[in-house]
Structure formats: C-alpha cells, structure tokens
Design a protein around this ligand. Structure first.
Ligand code: C2O
Ligand code: CU
Ligand code: CU
Length: 485
C-alpha cells in the first residue's frame, strides 16, 4: 500500500528543474520553479516589562496563500498566527476568543508550564463565540527555544490544524546570546502543507487520510510558495523551523550547504552537529545555522517526499534507511537562498549550551503503538483508544522515568509528551549519538525507542499522543497524571 499520493512531475528546461505537483488536490499548482517573494515573517507580539499580553481570535478567513486565495482557519486572520516572544520568568496572558463554528482550545506545545487551570490545559472546551483567558508564568529556568501554539480539542485537532491554526511561541534566553548565534541572521520557517479545491476551500479528507493522516500537496513556508531568503557571503543564517503540518513529514536539504544543528524541540544542544539533510516530523522543531561560504548564487531548499510508512523519522538521529538522502529526484523546492552582499566571516560557534544526562530512571514503562479495525480505523496505545475519563498512567513528581515506545504497526508515529521534555536514550538499542532535549520523537514500524523524562515542577493531568493528528483524533493518546510524591 502506498501511503503517499501518486504524483506526476514535469521537468522544465533552462537548467532549472522544477517539480510541479499535479495531484487531485492541487491541479492549479503554484509555480514552484522560480523563487517567489521574499520570505515573510509573522507579526510579532513581545513581552514588555515581564508581561506578554495578546488577544488571539480563531476564525475562518480568506487569506492569500502564494498566488491563491484560500479559505482557511486562522489566528487573527493570519496563517501562521502572530509570533509570541517572551523570556523566562515572564507572565503570559492570552485572551483567546473562539470565532470558529466548532469548539476549540489552545495548547502551548513544548512549554514547561502547568497543565492545569489557565495554563496548558488541553481538557478545556471553548465553545463557539466564547472566550477564555490563559494566564501562566514561564519558570525562571525555562530554556530558550522554538515552541508553538495550536488547537488541541480532541477529535478536531487534525481538521483545525490542517485548516491553518498554528503560531510560533519563542522563548528568548541564553542561546540567543551566544556571539556567533547572535551575529547570525534569524529567520523563522513554519512549514505547512495545504490542500485546496478550485474555489479555495479545503476538501474533506479522503479515506487514505484515515491511515496516513490528511496531507496536501501545496507546501508552504510561512504561507508562501518557494519564498526567497538572503544570506551575505561570509555570514551565518539561523533558520528556526517548525513542522506545523498535521501529518506530513519533511525531509529537507539545501543545495551546496550542510546544516549545522544547534537546537532541537526543547532548546540548544551542546555543540553544533553537521547534517546533510533534516527530517522534521509533525510537531517537531529544529534550529540550524547555514554558512554563506559558497560561490554567490542561488541555492534551493528542497523537500524530498518522505513516506512515513517506512524509513526513519526523527530529525536528530540523522541516519536513514531511505537511500539517496540528498538525491534531487522527486524533490520540490520550498524556498530559495540567494547570496546578497558580504560581511566579515562569522565562524560557527564551537560550544552551545550543555545538555546534562539525566539520572537513571526509577520506573520503566512500555507503550505499544498499533492500530486496529473497529468502526473505521482506530489508533491505539497499549491496545486502548483514548478515553477522556480514564487515567492511563500516574507518575510521581520529581522522579525520572524511561518510556519504551514500541511500534508494532505499519505506520510511523511521532510520539509527543506535553509539559516535560525528554531525552532520547536509544533507538532499537542503539544509544543516541548526542544528548538533546526533545518533545516529539518519531517511531517507525518495528522500532523501539527509549526516552527518559524528568517530571518536574508541576502536578496534574496532561497527555501524550501521536502527533500525526488524525491518529491522535482517532485514539492514539493517553492521559498522564503527575502526582505529588
Ligand atoms: Cu503539538 Cu498535544 O501537541
Ligand atoms: Cu504538545
Ligand atoms: Cu501516528
């Protein structure tokens, strides 16, 4: 069974090879060959005097996606929504209004904040027309990093995210102060696929979406098709990427340039790691540096079709079983880098922020991921589908646990845990090559991934789930209760 839709590719002459997707969802495909407009950056709302105050409204809105008008779901009329920026210790106040025609709520993906009350409470239901004020404080030791917000109302998460509801939540701090990182030009890239019919509406997902999750063939970066990015010769570019797609996996490579990984989901790693390609599974973030040390010219950032039913996902682990990691066959440019100007050469940083290994776990648990057939496709953890009235596991505050995630099914599942970040200890028994803070880890069919989680600071109920959101909506989620020890 082929999990990715059949596609046709045209090859344009004149040296430039462009893969123009012709699929059922996007027959009027954008001109993916020539770089479009300059990469746009979202409206920024920053904290002032220790307070970040923002009004967010979820609503349907017609927006421009490249050269097309699209009827999307937006925060404040934009896709992506405003970029929120705060520092550790700041108070966050989000006055949220639901102008959708269905219930929704907000989740602060990756933030270490309380899962209860007005915090990262995914059990809230905000009905159409109603408002809720989220208010919480980032702890004083919250790491700097690339986090994000999106809806989390069980059963409608895939639909609402696929519709366009997502925005970045940036925490500034130590990483931003490393001289070479500070000297780099910073760009945010929200990767998101869309499907549109001729009238600019999102078609209802076909039956394949039950399995693979809904996907579209319009690949956008900040809502644009193949936008242009500049780099000065000698300079450094700091790309901060989020895969905000509800199901699509990205595998990126940049012509002529390796990536230097400096941060994963939960913040900085200890030292840069050179990568030829970058896998971003749904929900995952990375930060990379790119060096402007090639001949001035244009270099395309390609996405290679990635079949989540096979191969390795998981970004940080680099290795893959797909073969031809950097082949341009079937690849599609999603952005184009152009040299412009020059600066005195900025070196790569050698040292970032050390990631300390966690102590040995007090408890080891197993989570088996699989799917079953009931009334339609069901996605299960340890044989059970999500039940909002059942607490699946209870853990003690201030303990460390190892979770072994075992995929016995046929689809790849990006496993995600709320509130507390983790380290990947091993994949199929192989120790991780370097330490990194993660909150999403991809588990391929047949794989066994061991993660180590410290439960710190907050008690209460929260969730863990597959970040292919159709799988989550169809049951692949469980409830975790953190209790006072
Ligand atoms: Cu971004 Cu519960 O997820
Ligand atoms: Cu999350
Ligand atoms: Cu899944």
């Amino acid at each position: 069974m082929s999990a990715i839709k059949r596609r046709k590719f045209l090859t344009l002459s004149s040296g430039a090879t462009a893969a123009i997707l012709l699929s059922q969802c996007s027959r009027e495909s954008p001109q993916a060959s020539s770089p479009g407009s300059t990469l746009a950056q979202a409206q920024i709302v920053s904290s002032e005097g220790g307070l970040l105050k923002v009004d967010l409204e979820a609503r349907a809105q017609q927006v421009q996606l490249g050269d097309r008008s699209a009827n999307l779901l937006t925060y404040n009329g934009r896709m992506p929504g405003p970029r929120l920026e705060a520092k550790h210790g700041d108070t966050i106040q989000v006055r949220f209004t639901n102008q959708l025609s269905q219930p929704t709520n907000l989740h602060y993906h990756g933030l270490h904040i309380p899962p209860t009350g007005t915090g990262d409470n995914v059990f809230l239901e905000i009905p159409p027309g109603e408002s809720h004020t989220y208010e919480f404080q980032l702890p004083q030791n919250h790491p700097a990093g690339t986090f994000w917000y999106h809806p989390h109302y069980h059963g409608l998460v895939a639909e609402q995210l696929f519709g366009g509801l997502a925005g970045l939540f940036i925490v500034r701090g130590e990483l931003d102060e490393i001289p070479e990182v500070k000297a780099a030009q910073e760009k945010f890239l929200v990767l998101k696929d869309f499907a549109l019919d001729r009238s600019g509406n999102i078609p209802s997902p076909g039956h394949m979406a039950q399995m693979t999750g809904r996907m579209g063939d319009l690949l956008t970066v900040n809502g644009q098709f193949n936008p242009g990015l500049q780099i000065p010769q000698g300079g450094l570019l700091r790309l901060r990427l989020l895969n905000a797609s509800s199901s699509r996996f990205f595998r990126l490579f940049l012509e002529g340039h390796p990536f230097y990984l400096i941060a994963t989901d939960g913040g900085a790693i200890s030292a840069p790691v050179e990568l030829r390609d970058l896998v971003l599974v749904p929900g995952e973030r990375v930060e990379v540096l790119v060096q402007g040390n090639r001949e001035p010219g244009q270099y395309r950032l390609f996405n290679q079709p990635f079949n989540p039913a096979q191969g390795r996902g998981g970004g940080m682990m680099g290795g893959n079983t797909m073969g031809g990691a950097s082949s341009q066959e079937n690849a599609e440019p999603i952005a184009t880098l152009t040299y412009s100007g020059s600066v005195d050469q900025i070196p790569l940083p050698t040292q970032l922020i050390s990631v300390e290994p966690l102590p040995e776990p007090q408890t080891v648990r197993q989570f088996t991921l699989n799917h079953g057939m009931g009334m339609g496709m069901a996605f299960l953890i340890n044989g059970q589908a999500f039940d909002p009235s059942r607490i699946d596991i209870q853990v003690a505050l201030d303990t460390v646990e190892d979770w072994e995630i075992i995929n016995t099914g046929t689809m790849t599942h990006p496993f995600h845990v709320h509130v507390n970040k983790f380290q990947v200890v091993s994949q199929n028994g192989q120790a991780s090559p370097y330490l990194a803070w993660k909150d999403v880890v991809s588990v391929s069919p047949g794989e066994n991934v061991r993660i180590r989680i410290p439960f710190q600071d907050y008690i209460g109920k929260t969730v863990y789930h597959c970040h292919v959101l159709d799988h989550e909506d169809r049951g692949m989620m469980g409830i975790l209760e953190i209790q006072q020890a």
